[in-house]
Design a protein around this ligand. Structure first.
Ligand SMILES: [Zn+2]
Length: 137
């Protein structure tokens, strides 16, 4: 037993054996085997493309950089350069690891007092600040 879909009314019905042509019980449209095959294969390809696109973005999202560099406007503690009181600029999800982020952060030390490297950071609008899973580790 197989289910086939009428190309005219898109009603699905069961057939007991493969034949050259079918008559739809719903709209009495007569159609041939190859009409179904064509319809199915084109919708399969369309579905496959959508799946690939979703897969691509999921992969990008999973494998994308997760480290955010926060460059300090001023420091929380003037003796410690790796904790900001205020953030001057942020580069969200730009670095693939902590070391990459640190290398980039060091370059800002000429013009800014310090920086933080955060893992999986999101800007929290209610708190008006960055929230990270881990900072500097
Ligand atoms: Zn039909």
């Amino acid at each position: 037993m197989t289910n086939i879909v009428c190309p005219n009314c898109e009603e699905e019905f069961e057939i007991y054996q493969r034949e050259d042509s079918y008559i739809c019980p719903e709209c009495e449209h007569e159609f041939e085997e190859d009409e179904i095959e064509n319809k199915n294969s084109s919708s399969n390809i369309f579905g496959l493309i959508i799946l690939l696109v979703i897969g691509y973005f999921l992969f990008q999202w999973l494998s994308g950089p997760k480290w955010t560099l926060l460059v300090c406007e001023d420091l929380l503690n003037s003796n410690y350069r790796y904790e900001c009181r205020d953030v001057a600029l942020s580069l969200e999800d730009t670095y693939k690891d902590l070391n990459d982020c640190r290398v980039a952060g060091e370059r800002y030390l000429n013009s800014y007092p310090g920086y933080e490297c955060g893992y999986k950071c999101k800007y929290d609008t209610s708190w008006m600040g960055w929230v990270c899973k881990r900072i500097n580790e």
